[in-house]
Design a protein around this ligand. Structure first.
Ligand SMILES: [Zn+2]
Length: 313
């Protein structure tokens, strides 16, 4: 998933503009070194549904202001451009009552998300001892963002992740774990700055690859099924376009259909990261290289990746 990294300074300005108290804001918090100490907070979901149920599914702005004011740093980080205001949230909830009802059921199945994420973070720490982790806040938003992150917090908009008819039919706690692992890797990446299709796709692919090593599966696992037997043809097309800046056909182009899924750049990026890792004799060093590199071209050149090359990891 595309998560916007909000720089603390930008968040601060947005918060001041909106009159939000910055006391306890996640942007001021520290990242956490020990996976056993990472908090995965679902208290905002419970708080939202207490208000929602008390209003018989029709909470007004005044009621939702209590959710916002009493919300965790995760809710505060979800205000700018997302929840916007209690008035906006009330209008969105009113117009999407069915989704918010569905999300309540979905939230009741969050069951093992804490244990699963903790296990994935423990594995990530083992793979990359320098890793530090954000506090994870699962919140209810205004049906416009699946997730966002700042330097110390990862926020998940549950009503978006719980939308019906997901391509991935896994239980919600499983899906969320792969999403959180993927996003946690993004926070460890140095990043490729040149904006090319290759850089963007490899950035996503590294999050997919290390996320999968940690959590057992990439976020967009369905792409691996669909591309079977078509690897060479698809990657040849990618290779022809990868130095350009137009990534429309490969990234953030919607989920597509089962026959023609979107976001294939995630899959190609995974395959390049995988090739790099498989070729390396020191696997931990390879993981560190993938996270610290600022040159997608260099990683690709050293990976030996080419259209149709097998990758078994
Ligand atoms: Zn991503």
């Amino acid at each position: 998933m595309r998560v916007t990294l909000v720089r603390p300074a930008a968040l601060f300005l947005a918060a001041v503009f909106l009159g939000i108290s910055l006391v306890g804001n996640a942007s001021a918090a520290e990242r956490i070194d020990d996976p056993l100490s990472v908090e995965i907070s679902t208290g905002d979901v419970a708080a939202f549904y207490a208000i929602y149920d008390a209003a018989d599914g029709r909470p007004d702005a005044e009621a939702l202001q209590l959710y916002i004011d009493g919300g965790s740093p995760g809710v505060q980080g979800f205000i700018a451009n997302r929840i916007v205001s209690a008035e906006n949230l009330a209008a969105v909830v009113r117009a999407n009552r069915h989704l918010y009802d569905t999300t309540r059921e979905c939230a009741s199945a969050l069951g093992g998300v804490r244990e699963r994420v903790r296990a994935a973070f423990l594995a990530m720490k083992e793979l990359y001892p320098e890793a530090t982790f954000p506090t994870v806040y699962i919140v209810i938003g205004a049906n416009n963002t699946g997730g966002t992150a700042n330097s110390a917090a990862l926020m998940i908009g549950l009503e978006v992740v719980c939308r019906p008819s997901q391509i991935d039919a896994s239980p919600i706690d499983v899906r969320l774990t792969h999403l959180i692992a993927h996003e946690a890797v993004h926070a460890l990446q140095q990043g490729f700055g040149d904006g090319s299709l290759l850089s963007r796709s490899l950035g996503e692919g590294i999050a997919e690859f290390i996320g999968a090593l940690s959590s057992g599966r990439p976020l967009n696992a369905h792409l691996f099924e669909w591309t079977q037997g078509r690897e060479a043809e698809l990657e040849q097309r990618f290779a022809e376009a990868m130095y350009g800046s137009n990534s429309q056909a490969w990234l953030y182009n919607g989920r597509g259909t089962r026959e023609a899924p979107g976001d294939l750049g995630y899959w190609v990026g995974y395959r390049i990261a995988c090739a790099y890792y498989e070729r390396a004799s020191d696997k931990r060093r390879a993981i560190s290289d993938l996270l610290k590199s600022t040159s997608a071209r260099e990683i690709m050149a050293r990976s030996g990746w080419g259209p149709g090359r097998l990758c078994s990891t």
